[in-house]
Design a protein around this ligand. Structure first.
Ligand code: NAD
Ligand code: TYD
Length: 355
């Protein structure tokens, strides 16, 4: 059997593919456009593994999708492919509309055509799992309960609006065409192989490089941190037992203000790799201009997933953040190649232009 993963050279998709192949013998076809966020070095350990078929291409390419689906006959498609960074969406929203909305539409249409042609047993067993974000629910004030699956969609950034639109398409393809879909909306992930434009890896790498640690605004914005491997286990569980057409919120029960997150990272680095001058890395904290439209608080109520499918995160923030800092310290080559942009050369040498 085979699954098709899109965006599997990115942060979460890459972790998902590695974890999947560590636990299953089922082949993974991995379609990724290798944008700046795609990094094949993340997948180096499975480079010669016959169970991993990497395809350089876009979810916007219907002809390629039709060919891949016909050739590999997957029993499931898991859609991670997206533009994912809020700050980039503020500076240039067009790619977010193209990939997150139009790309998801193309993928849904290609999958629908493929699924319609399956025999009834395979048609029933087929799943399309769409990976989305808690940011579609908008922002919370300190006293609000965390986001439940029943919350209204109130996206505030071009990124979250594009993800909200994709979630609506997925929902409509289920209600209108009967496509067997599942949607997961998760909180902020962190862990190994995270691209250093996002808060946690940026702070670890800037700290080690002696650079400022930029805190937007007052640093009191709250995010609910989810260790990426916990997110991957939740996706596997939803794929296995989720109820068709349902959405599941995935969170780590770890609400933290940004400033607290940054100070925690500094304290772990002070212990594991003290600065030469004996000062704390916290001395590098710098308050900078706030992000426009910055959502104040996200928090996930993950009780549905626990109640219905028995999933719970394995990591606390303390255990997950320590593992994450240790991973960045131990994987200097991955870090250096990302920081220098060298990982792009590797892509060009191995894959050239998209299929
Ligand atoms: P990422 O930016 O690290 O990776 C995205 C991957 O998608 C990259 O490998 C990129 O090359 C690929 N991609 C982009 N456009 C593509 C296209 N047109 N066709 C094929 N591949 C394409 O993102 P991530 O953090 O791994 O996020 C994965 C998914 O999870 C996204 O849908 C994101 O919205 C969602 N999500 C992420 C977080 C988080 O904290 N990182 C939280 C909630 C939801
Ligand atoms: P980020 O990792 O970009 O995720 P998201 O915007 O999807 O939540 O940012 C996490 C939080 O950290 C968010 O409140 C913005 C803040 N932040 C900073 O304070 N400084 C930074 O340099 C970055 C990248 C983010």
């Amino acid at each position: 059997m085979t699954i098709l993963v899109t965006g599997g050279a990115g942060f979460i998709g890459g972790n998902f593919v590695l974890d999947w192949l560590a636990a299953h013998d089922e082949t993974v076809v991995n379609l990724d456009a290798l944008t700046y966020a795609g990094n094949l070095e993340t997948l180096q350990s499975i480079q010669h593994d016959a169970r991993h078929v990497f395809v350089h291409g876009s979810i916007g390419d219907r002809a390629l999708l039709e060919k891949l689906l016909a050739e590999h006959q997957p029993r499931a498609v898991i859609n991670f492919a997206a533009e994912s960074h809020v700050d980039r969406s503020i500076h240039g929203p067009a790619d977010f509309i193209e990939t997150n909305i139009v790309g998801t539409f193309n993928l849904l249409e290609s999958v629908r055509a493929y699924w319609s042609g399956l025999d009834s047993e395979r048609k029933q067993a087929f799943r399309f799992l769409h990976v989305s974000t808690d940011e579609v629910y908008g922002t919370l004030s300190p006293e609000d309960p965390p986001f439940a699956e029943t919350n209204r969609y109130e996206p505030n950034s071009p990124y979250s609006a594009s993800k909200a639109a994709s979630d609506h398409l997925v929902r409509a393809w289920h209600h209108t065409y009967g496509l067997p879909v599942l949607t997961t909306n998760c909180s902020n992930n962190y862990g190994p192989y995270h691209f250093p434009e996002k808060l946690i890896p940026l702070v670890i790498l800037n700290a080690l490089a002696g650079k400022p640690l930029p805190i937007y605004g007052d640093g009191q914005q709250v995010r609910d941190w989810l260790y990426v491997k916990d997110h991957c286990s939740a996706i596997r569980r939803v794929l296995e037992a989720g109820k068709l057409g349902e959405t599941y919120n995935v969170g780590g029960w770890n609400e933290k203000a940004n400033l607290e997150v940054v100070k925690t990272i500094c304290a772990i680095l002070d212990e594991l790799k003290p600065r030469a001058d004996g000062a704390s890395y916290a001395a590098q904290i710098t308050f900078v201009q706030d992000r426009p439209g910055h959502d104040r608080r996200y928090a996930i109520d993950a009780r549905k997933l626990e109640r219905e499918l028995g999933w719970k995160p394995a990591e606390t923030f303390d255990s997950g953040i320590r593992k994450t800092v240790e991973w960045y310290l131990a994987n200097q080559q991955w870090v250096d190649n990302v920081a220098s942009g060298h990982y792009r050369d590797w892509v060009d040498q191995h894959y050239g232009q998209p299929a």
